[in-house]
Ligand binder design. Structure first.
Ligand code: HEC
Length: 122
């Protein structure tokens, strides 16, 4: 009886830990896809918003709080050209997030693909 309880508790905890860790890994390495909603939750909210919640002279006047503000202030434009987008060039060069580690190749690629596709609000 006691053994059954411990086995049950072990299985429960392992399952919980597995899914909890899987979620963390997902957040870090980014199964980020080339849509604004994915980029917003996996990159902007996770790594940029602490410094870019409003535009001010201390953060280059870059406001990443909404799609409209990202387009208007982060030099994304709908130009379909990642290299003319400051949002892309800053993360690609590892300059942003300031003081943090460079985003993963997959995340940088997702931003490039999103801009190339027209930087849509999708
Ligand atoms: C610790 C604070 C901090 C974090 C986190 C941060 N930034 Fe910045 N960002 C700054 C500051 C300060 C500036 C203005 C000075 C500069 O350009 O280095 C700036 C400037 C920028 C600029 C304009 C650069 C230019 O040359 O005009 C862009 C675009 C940008 N950040 C995007 C991002 C993105 C995207 C992220 C998240 C991946 C991010 N930032 C995370 C502090 C931060």
């Amino acid at each position: 009886m006691k053994k059954t309880f411990f086995t049950g508790a072990f299985v429960f905890l392992s399952t919980f830990l597995f899914f909890y860790c899987a979620k963390q890994v997902d957040k870090d390495t980014g199964s980020t896809s080339a849509t604004f909603s994915s980029i917003n939750s996996n990159i902007i909210q996770a790594k940029c918003i602490t410094c870019h919640a409003t535009a001010n002279s201390g953060n280059g006047n870059v406001d990443l709080s909404s799609y409209a503000r990202v387009i208007a202030t982060a030099g994304v434009f709908s130009a379909s050209s990642p290299t003319s987008s400051k949002f892309f060039t800053q993360i690609n060069a590892g300059l942003m997030p300031l003081g943090g580690s460079k985003l993963s190749d997959a995340q940088i690629q997702a931003v490039s693909d999103w801009v190339t596709a027209g930087a849509l609000n999708n």
